[in-house]
Structure formats: C-alpha cells, structure tokens
Ligand binder design. Structure first.
Ligand SMILES: NC(=O)c1ccc[n+]([C@@H]2O[C@H](COP(=O)([O-])OP(=O)(O)OC[C@H]3O[C@@H](n4cnc5c(N)ncnc54)[C@H](O)[C@@H]3O)[C@@H](O)[C@H]2O)c1
Ligand SMILES: N[C@H](C(=O)O)[C@H](O)COP(=O)(O)O
Length: 348
C-alpha cells in the first residue's frame, strides 16, 4: 500500500534577535519529530547555520530551492533571503522585524499555494514589524487578510480553550467593540472550531462578562445587562449550549472553566492572564476560523533570554503537534460531514 505523504509543516522564523529560531530548531533536535511531519523553515541556510553554531544545536538541515521541493525525513530550509543579516540577540531593532515579515510572507504564500499544509509561526515583536507595507498588530490580523474565513484568537490546551471577542484592541475601545453581532460571530467560530478542529460533537461554551462581577445586575456598567445577557440568551434559545455571562475572577478561581469545552473572554488580558498562568509552556495560540491552520507558541520573543540557549521549546513543540492534529481532525470532519451515512456503523 502507498504510504500517505507526510504533512508539510511550514515555520516562519520570527524575530531574529529573539528565541523563535532557538525553540523551532530545538523542537527538531529530536529526530523522531520527522516521523510526524516534514518541516519547512522559511529563512536562509546562512541564518540557520549561524543559529545552529551559536546555540550549539544538534540538527542537520537541507537547503531547498522552493517549498514545493521539501524532502520527507529532512529539516528543509527555504532561502527567503541570500544575504546574512546580523543577529543581535536581545536587541529590539527594525532589521529583525523586517526579516521576520519576509519569512512570514513567504510562508503564507506557500500556505496559500498548498506547498505547505499548516503553518507554525515563531514570535514577532509587534513594534519592529510595523512599516508602510505591514500595518498589522500581529499574525492573526495579517492571516485574516490573507486567508479565507473570519479569524478567532483561540488559546488552547487540552483542558482549557479560550477564544477572544476582542484581541489586539486597546482597553479603551473594548466596550464599544463588543456588539451582539460580534458576540454571535465569535461564539459561532468557537463552536465550529471545537467541533471541526477538536472533534467535540456538542461543545459547551461559557461567556465571561465584560465588567467586574458581570456588572452586578447593572450596578457596575450596563454592557453585561444590555448586550451580553440578551445575546447569550438568544443563542441558548436557538439550541446552542452557550452559558453566561460569568464573572471572570470567580470563574477561574473556582475552576468552573473545567466544566466547559470553550470559554469566551471579552478582551485580551481577561482571557490570556488566566490562560498563561495556568498553562504557560504548554499552551498554543491557534488562529481558528480560517481556511488554513496556523498555530504559535504561547510566548513572545523573550529578548531577555535570547541567545543564551535556555529557552524552553515545549510550547513550540505543542504548537507543532496541535497544527498536525487539527489538520487531521479537519480532514476527518470533512469526510464525515460530506457523506455522514457512509461512515455510520450499524449496530446489530
Ligand atoms: N506569537 C507571537 O508573535 C507573540 C506572542 C506573544 C508576545 N509576542 C511579542 O513578544 C514581545 C515580548 O513579549 P512579552 O515580553 O510580553 O512576553 P514573552 O513571552 O516574550 O516574555 C515573558 C517572559 O517569559 C519568558 N519566556 C518566554 N518564553 C519563554 C521560553 N520559551 N522559555 C523560557 N522563558 C520564556 C521571558 O524570558 C520573559 O521573562 C512583544 O513584542 C510581544 O508583542 C509575540
Ligand atoms: N496575544 C498573543 C499572545 O500573547 O500569545 C500574541 O500577541 C500573538 O498574537 P498573533 O498571533 O496575532 O501574532
């Protein structure tokens, strides 16, 4: 029987002065990882050689002329640039951001052309990536523009999956941004992702309130009364297993989150502080809702430890596993939903 082709996993290298290259390469120091996928790193042979020797990494890689030529069983490197940009670990500077975006653009182009199947992004610095051609606060917004679908910032582990109503939005703009339409759209994206990407048939979803104590019946702000409650009730009445709004502090403090398959947080830090506190190093940042799969570790560029060889690659490894699992789950979901009768097993 013909062996199924390995999933091609693209990697954008992130900020060159940060820990992205280190955690990505450390992940593939364990050659067993090549049994699960074929990695394709978007950077250059010289840059990867430099990282390898400076950080004393035990990897072998192969330069390939283009992503479609990736070889199974190898760590493939595409030459996105020919020059050797200086790597100055720990330094926040424009040049590192420029190369991060070159790598990301090349990887996303390959993803769109199906030269790679999934993408794992190493962290970028939001300030030094800004220029006239790239005006996004992070990967999520760029991918939303480049790929089909509506994006959702979804932070995931086995036990906790937190999706955001508003992601890279300034706190002063959060309340105005949260409308019944937005809540409905994001809740539906979370529900669909839990079904299609994580194989949960009837997901239970909790929504967190915007204000302290979900507003205490209108004593502290009106948003929970006027926007959150009626929208959640309407969704529930339509048959969706959506509950809330829950006061965020007690919800996490009492571990109520364990009773739900997904949690909807109103804004970035409401969701990401508990998420990272509970699972830093094991969590994955997944961009749900789009036509292609992109994951990322749960940390940033960590300039304070860059180049020291002490960065922990666990979350990057989880991001790799999760991208592969979601890709497979989506294939299975497509098969099942394309012809639901075909797969049913008759019980006699
Ligand atoms: N996916 C992404 O591109 C992404 C994600 C988060 C933050 N960022 C960006 O990264 C930059 C720095 O952000 P930050 O300082 O808030 O967060 P950070 O995650 O980079 O660092 C926070 C702390 O955690 C430590 N840390 C992070 N990853 C680690 C690892 N793998 N092993 C050991 N220690 C680790 C750091 O040393 C630091 O002390 C910002 O520009 C931010 O926007 C990017
Ligand atoms: N909020 C994300 C986190 O803390 O992990 C991070 O900034 C990355 O965002 P993008 O995936 O949009 O780059």
């Amino acid at each position: 029987m013909k062996e199924k082709a390995k999933i091609k996993l693209g990697i954008s290298i992130g900020d060159l002065n940060g820990i992205g290259g280190e955690v990505a390469l450390k992940t593939f120091e364990d050659s067993r990882m090549l049994d699960f996928c074929t990695p394709v790193i978007f950077a250059s042979n010289k840059t990867i050689s430099h990282l390898k020797s400076t950080l004393q990494l035990d990897i072998q890689f192969t330069g390939i002329p283009e992503p479609s030529k990736a070889i199974d069983g190898k760590i493939n490197v595409v030459n996105v640039w020919k020059e050797s940009p200086e790597i100055r670990f720990g330094v926040e500077e424009k040049q590192a951001g420029t190369y991060a975006i070159k790598s990301l653009r090349a990887a996303v182009n390959a993803l769109k052309k199906d030269d790679i199947d999934v993408l794992v992004t190493a962290p970028i610095n939001k300030k030094n990536i800004q220029d006239k051609d790239y005006g996004f606060p992070g990967h999520t917004d760029y991918l939303a523009q480049q790929l089909e679908g509506d994006s959702l910032m979804f932070m995931v582990t086995d036990k906790l999956k937190v999706g955001l109503l508003t992601d890279h939005v300034a706190v002063k703009d959060v309340a105005d941004a949260i409308t019944p339409e937005l809540i409905r759209k994001k809740v539906m994206l979370i529900q669909q992702s839990l079904k299609m990407d994580f194989g949960i048939r009837k997901p239970r979803i909790a929504v967190l309130g915007i204000n302290p104590h979900s507003g205490d019946d209108g004593v502290i702000g009106q948003e929970d009364e006027q926007v959150m409650k009626p929208t959640i009730k309407a969704l529930f009445n339509e048959g969706h297993l959506v509950y809330g709004p829950y006061a965020a502090d007690g919800f996490f403090g009492s571990a109520t989150y364990l009773q739900f398959d997904g949690v909807v947080a109103a804004y970035h830090d409401q969701g990401l502080i508990p998420f990272k506190t509970l699972s830093f190093g094991k969590g994955v940042n997944y961009t749900a809702g789009l036509s292609k799969v992109r994951t990322s570790p749960d940390h940033g560029t960590a300039l304070d430890i860059a180049g020291k060889g002490v960065a922990d690659e666990s979350s990057f490894k989880e991001a790799v596993y999760m991208a592969l699992q979601i890709f497979k789950n989506r294939e299975e979901y497509r098969e099942l939903t394309a012809n639901p009768l075909k797969k049913q097993k008759l019980k006699r």
